[in-house]
Design a protein around this ligand. Sequence first.
Ligand code: ZN
Length: 211
Amino acid sequence: MTRHHPDNISLMEYSAGNLTEPHALCIRLHLDQCPHCRSRVDTLDSLGAVMMEHQPRVDVSENMFDSILARLDDDPEPRMVRPALHTDPLRRLLGSDLNDLPWKRQLGDVSALDISEKFPDQPEQVVLQKLAAGGKAPSHTHRGEETTIVLQGAFADQNGVFNQWDFVVLTDQDDHKPVAVGCEDCITLSVLSAPVKLTGTFTRLLNPFIR
Ligand SMILES: [Zn+2]
């Protein structure tokens, strides 16, 4: 069961179709495995449909917006759960199992694969990252925003443990040093708006685990 979810704004943007392709893929992969967030998106989809229907007579005030967000936060259990999506958009995109990809070994425990070319018209860098089981990535901060979803295994940093399908957004305020936990290699998909800045003893730019 995932414990780290996309925030309400991200789900709203997803529901409204406003996200770039790589960001939408991260949300979609999470939704496929998270009934809680699927329920939230269902609610947002219904709301969007009502608003479209009544446009422009419905004036959505900031208060109304806030109360909708509060209601989403208060909803502990999924009510209207849309069924899990049974296609695998990632496998279709990559054409291969995650572990069979042509990983490029970086320093130490870290491997990476830049798949930005799969999203030719999108501004972000899109990278798969692999931290070997039990391995550590060097300490680093982020210059922009990085959206990451865990595809396999788990990693831990000072913010907690991130398991498969957990969702995390890191900004330039975050300085972290991920460690792979469990007995599997940890594989993540990250969408990067700017490169990483190393803060530890490593001075070279290593790979996207540390972007
Ligand atoms: Zn979720």
